[in-house]
Design a binder for this molecule. Structure first.
Ligand code: SF4
Length: 275
């Protein structure tokens, strides 16, 4: 891998992230989707980018310019999706863009399967960490992503992220300025995995912000695994949301509609399902 270039599949304003990362319609997250991924999840929702490597190469300085252009177009942050493999040129690009006037928060949007050493390279450079905590059950991680020790590794990474940025902070306009948001995508027929994931997060910090995602669609190689070869049901999602409350977790977002893009902005006040 050439350390002065990165491969990018898409960049632009994106409106599907959590409300404090998106802002209003004229704003949006300044999202940069990097090509390839160090995991190979059989259900990957972006497999054309992560597994088939869709994208084109950009030099470090071109990437810095993309960040600055996104800021100029009123993006509320720079949202780096699947950044891990490209961390070296990316770090240089962030440093360069900051020297050239980048001030919006930088978001590290990853799968959390990352080493502490790598994350420590970004101390003081990343403002918001947005890890997807995929598996609470190591066997499920092994089955669908072919990796060992996912929960242990990801929790270590999340601990380092929290150490760097702490709890989520928002400004007066409701935009995130700093902190940690942990995502979790609920898989069909795998509720125990989600329950364990929430138990791990509750055991870590009860007040962290968690975004529970329901938009799973059977894509890529999902048809090879009968149990995940369908969408998530409303009942399954409801059970996971209920367990969130049972564990005493309080902050975050749920999706207002099944497979819908809208996120309910206030987890504490709005229950997603009638009891
Ligand atoms: S970690 Fe995310 S982007 Fe990477 S293969 Fe898995 S689902 Fe796809």
């Amino acid at each position: 891998m050439n350390q002065s270039e990165v491969k990018i599949a898409w960049f632009g304003k994106h409106f599907g992230e959590e409300p404090p990362l998106t802002g209003h319609q004229a704003q949006g997250a300044g999202t940069i989707f990097f090509s390839h991924c160090h995991l190979h999840c059989v259900f990957c929702q972006n497999f054309q980018i992560s597994q088939q490597g869709q994208g084109r190469f950009y030099q470090t300085e071109q990437l810095a310019k993309i960040m600055l252009d996104l800021q100029d177009s009123d993006a509320v942050n720079i949202d780096l999706v699947s950044p891990t493999l490209w961390w070296q040129p990316l770090k240089q690009a962030i440093i360069s863009a900051k020297r050239r006037g980048l001030t919006v928060p930088i978001v590290w949007n990853s799968n959390a399967y990352e080493s502490l050493d790598l994350l420590r390279e970004f101390t003081g450079l990343i403002d918001i960490y947005l890890p997807d905590f995929k598996y609470g059950d190591a066997n499920v991680g092994l089955k669908y992503s072919g990796i060992k020790n996912y929960p242990e590794t990801a929790l270590g990474a999340i601990g380092e992220m929290f150490k760097q940025v702490g709890y989520l902070q928002v400004d007066r306009g409701g935009l995130a300025t700093k902190g940690l948001i942990v995502r979790h995508l609920v898989l069909p027929n795998n509720l125990e995995n989600s329950f364990k994931a929430l138990e791990c997060l509750a055991g870590f910090k009860k007040n962290i912000h968690i975004s529970l995602m329901n938009q799973y669609t059977p894509l890529y190689r999902a048809a090879e695994f009968a149990e995940i070869n369908r969408s998530l049901s409303a009942k399954e999602y409801e059970q996971v949301v209920d367990y969130f409350y049972e564990l005493g977790l309080v902050n975050g977002w749920v999706q207002a509609e099944m497979n819908g893009p809208d996120l309910v902005p206030d987890f504490k006040k709005k229950q997603p399902f009638a009891k």
